[in-house]
Design a protein around this ligand. Structure first.
Ligand code: M7G
Length: 325
């Protein structure tokens, strides 16, 4: 059945000339995480030429890895990089802004791990994930020995920051001992877009392996100082950031077992690492330790673990064995 004539509207087709004639009024949404801009403005009507109110969504396209076959497409992508501007480097890690064409604004951010180990390859490979409930007993019998078996080279980049060997010119704040910690831009941040601000607060005390090591009697002053001082320093540095606009959280499991806190702008929702289960708000950890100084070593913790993670097999086998008893 054809639609009633009086309701039929010709589909809108925007020509290049019309798109270029867009007159900007204001940004409705700027979401760096999804690389999307919603713009309000006017575009000329194709027939009358009259400017009409229009909402335009600009979204960066996904990489096309299938155009001419995967190998050619990805090779071509790397081969077309026209310019790099370093953002930082540390140990085997390097990160930079990159331009696909030199005369355009920086298109992408590139991070390189070289030489990459099997652990890096596993971590970044797509894999099935499962929820694991880690009891304090599983932590003692499986997780702690695993952490202790990790070679020190995995956290070389952390020691490089703390000793001033790497990223020294990026360090935002270093707190004096005994509440020692250093605040530094995370390699995920482009160091300029405030709405995607991403910092790390790294504890000086290497014996705090993860949130499981935290004890109220030993670490509450450190955690509270990390929370308050970092907010103060960041707001001094970036006055447009208001109180309550920074999200402080801790990963469990983390990738690196040297205690650190993630700090991101509250509007930045883009990172998967902020998902329920893996991310614990620093404020909640402080509250828990105030209720019970041993809370974090007594609580079972539930989190998603990829099948490539070294803990997946031992933990899932132990849990399966316990449930079949
Ligand atoms: P995590 O919770 O241990 O693991 O966080 P995740 O990577 O699964 O989140 C480690 C954090 O340190 C991450 O946010 C990384 O982006 C960041 N990071 C890793 N490296 C190797 C570096 C580095 O060399 N310099 C800086 N500044 N940050 C890093």
């Amino acid at each position: 059945m054809s639609p009633p004539v009086d309701l039929y509207v010709e589909p809108n087709v925007i020509s290049l000339t019309q798109a270029r004639a867009f007159v900007f009024e204001r940004i409705l949404t700027d979401d760096p995480a999804t690389r999307t801009l919603f713009l309000l403005g006017t575009i000329p009507n194709s027939k009358t030429g009259e400017q009409e109110t229009a909402i335009v969504k600009l979204e960066k396209a996904a990489f096309d890895t299938h155009a001419e076959g995967e190998r050619e497409a990805v090779q071509g992508l790397m081969g077309r990089i026209g310019k790099l501007e370093s953002l930082g480097g540390n140990d085997i890690y390097y990160w930079a802004k990159a331009w696909m064409k030199e005369d355009r604004p920086a298109d992408i951010k590139i991070s390189v791990i070289q030489p990459a180990t099997e652990v890096h390859i596993s971590k970044h490979s797509k894999q099935a994930v499962h929820l694991i409930r880690e009891t304090p007993e599983l932590y003692q019998s499986i997780v702690l020995p695993y952490i202790q078996s990790i070679p020190a080279s995995r956290t070389q980049w952390v020691r490089n920051i703390l000793s001033g060997v790497s990223e020294a010119d990026s360090v935002i704040y270093t707190s004096p001992s005994p509440l020692g910690f250093t605040v530094v831009p995370d390699l995920k941040w482009d160091k300029s877009t405030l709405s995607t601000l991403y910092l790390s607060i790294i504890a000086h005390d290497a014996s705090i392996l993860s949130l499981r090591s935290l004890r109220g009697d030993l670490h509450l002053p450190l955690l509270i100082e990390m929370r308050n001082k970092t907010e103060e320093v960041v707001r001094e540095l970036y006055p447009s950031i208001e109180k309550g606009q920074l999200r402080f959280f801790v990963h469990y499991q983390p990738s690196y077992y040297h205690f650190h806190v993630h700090v991101v702008h509250v509007s930045y929702q883009g990172s998967l690492g902020m998902s329920v289960g893996q991310a614990h708000l620093l404020d909640d950890l402080i509250d828990l330790l105030q209720l019970n100084p041993s809370a974090l070593s007594l609580l079972p913790l539930t989190y998603a673990l990829g099948e490539n993670h070294a803990l997946w097999k031992p933990l899932s086998s132990a849990i399966a064995a316990a449930s079949s008893l």
